[in-house]
Design a protein around this ligand. Structure first.
Ligand code: GLN
Length: 308
């Protein structure tokens, strides 16, 4: 199906297919993360994209039925949910809003910042925010977030229990150390609940269609409260969403985006639409090589930069 909104409508399916094939090719030498055993088995050539416009029309390419865990792509949505549930003060008392210059799971970054997580798009910030999600335990918290997201986005996200088991079989000492440091600095109360919740929400899974629909929640302005909080979320995606590569990406592409270690990536074109990507090989910053490549091609050819 062709999309029909302004610039997005001019993209030809053949052009998308040609760029997607180039994207697969240029991601050949990327890393597949080994620290989550089930993620390590991801198909290197697996690739899917869906471009979704504000009128609901869409254009897709690749293994669109493939589901994958959101991993860090869930972070902007944990933030959005909490901004709507608890308000800005509660959220930003607990997490900063500055870009980080060290990797997404860096304990040194947290030490430099005296135990206050730098922003919600890195692990420390998302672990701290996971500890604020309402619910008696990690199961209820994750379920609350899942139901809210599926309702807002009309998506079919689900918890991938096998992925969660895989995450648990090889607990990430970095994340545990981040959580302990934040208990020490008083930003979280209970490291176990915070981490269990964080691990669960990272295993919320779906297809590129679900991803693009999630992105549309940040684009549609139907609900005033979500609309206002979306502005904050998009600004943080633009400044922090791709970790240390965020500033470079803002110059080259100029769109809010968020990546995850599974190879999931989401970009939002304010006022126009959202694009969901899946391509597992990652660059040294932990961003999907194929996703970044394709997004850059689309953004340049359609002049989508918010700074244009
Ligand atoms: N669950 C992953 C982790 O904590 C998420 C990180 C990511 O996607 N960059 O390692």
């Amino acid at each position: 199906m062709n999309i029909s909104t302004s610039q997005l409508s001019s993209l030809e399916p053949e052009q998308l297919a040609a760029w997607a094939k180039e994207a697969i090719n240029c991601s050949k030498f990327g890393q597949i993360p080994a620290y989550i055993p089930l993620l390590a088995r991801a198909e290197r050539q697996g690739f899917a994209v869906q471009i979704r416009a504000i009128d609901g029309k869409f254009l897709s390419w690749g293994s669109i039925a493939q589901t994958f865990p959101l991993m860090s792509v869930v972070k902007p949505f944990v933030l959005l949910y909490l901004l709507c549930e608890l308000g800005e003060k509660r959220v930003f008392d607990c997490v900063g809003c500055e870009p980080s210059e060290l990797p997404f799971n860096s304990l040194i970054q947290l030490e430099i910042d005296e135990g206050k997580p730098r922003n919600p798009m890195i692990n420390s910030g998302a672990i701290a925010l996971a500890s604020l999600i309402p619910g008696q335990n990690s199961v209820a918290r994750c379920q609350n977030l899942l139901e809210w997201l599926n309702q807002q986005a009309n998506s079919q996200l689900f918890l991938d229990e096998l992925m969660l088991d895989s995450v648990k079989t090889n607990p990430n000492p970095n994340n545990w150390n981040l959580a302990l440091r934040m208990v020490e600095s008083g930003y979280i109360q209970n490291a176990e609940i915070a981490l269990e919740t964080y691990n669960r929400v990272c295993c919320l899974s779906g297809s590129v269609e679900d991803l693009a629909k999630l992105g549309m929640v940040l684009v549609k302005s139907g609900d005033r409260q979500i609309g206002e909080n979306s502005r904050t979320v998009k600004a943080l995606m633009a400044t922090c969403g791709l970790y240390e590569a965020s500033a470079r990406f803002a110059l080259r592409v100029g769109l809010p985006a968020k990546s995850g270690v599974s190879g999931a990536m989401l970009s939002v074109i304010p006022g126009q639409g959202a694009i969901g990507f899946y391509s597992p090989p990652l660059d040294k910053d932990g961003n999907s090589i194929g996703g970044l490549f394709l997004l850059e091609k689309i953004a340049h050819s359609l002049r989508l930069s918010v700074f244009d």
